[in-house]
Design a protein around this ligand. Structure first.
Ligand SMILES: [Zn+2]
Length: 125
């Protein structure tokens, strides 16, 4: 029900708001996907890798700050698809997500680097 969802959003759990404060203190009110400064009142917490129901879901190493447009656009996409949509997202995520778990940082790194160079297959001698 929409009403329930709204209620949930307005009264985040204690851990949830603590994570938010922690991220704000660490990175400032900046979207981790587009690098845009966003008023702290409207910036959202985004679960980088959606894995509802798992215990790691709400851990700080799966959370970043995101502006509403980015959060809304990512909502129905996989992380990979979302990052590949705009390569800059991977770059920003690397910068503002330096607290994320290693697999997530690796993913952001590979997405932000992959299109630039195709490895060193051809060694010019
Ligand atoms: Zn954004």
């Amino acid at each position: 029900m929409a009403e329930d969802a709204n209620k949930l959003r307005r009264s985040p759990g204690r851990g949830y708001s603590a994570h938010r404060e922690w991220l704000l203190a660490r990175h400032g009110p900046v979207c981790a996907y587009c690098g845009r400064e966003t008023p702290a009142e409207t910036i959202t917490l985004d679960h980088v890798r959606p894995r509802r129901g798992q215990s790691a879901y709400d851990r700080p190493d799966n959370l970043v700050l995101a502006c509403r447009p980015c959060n809304a656009e990512k909502a129905d996409k996989s992380l990979m698809a979302f990052l590949l949509g705009k390569r800059a997202r991977g770059v920003f995520l690397l910068h503002y997500g330096d607290h994320l778990s290693d697999p997530l940082q690796d993913l952001a790194r590979s997405v932000s680097e992959r299109p630039l160079l195709e490895r060193e297959n051809r060694k010019t001698a």
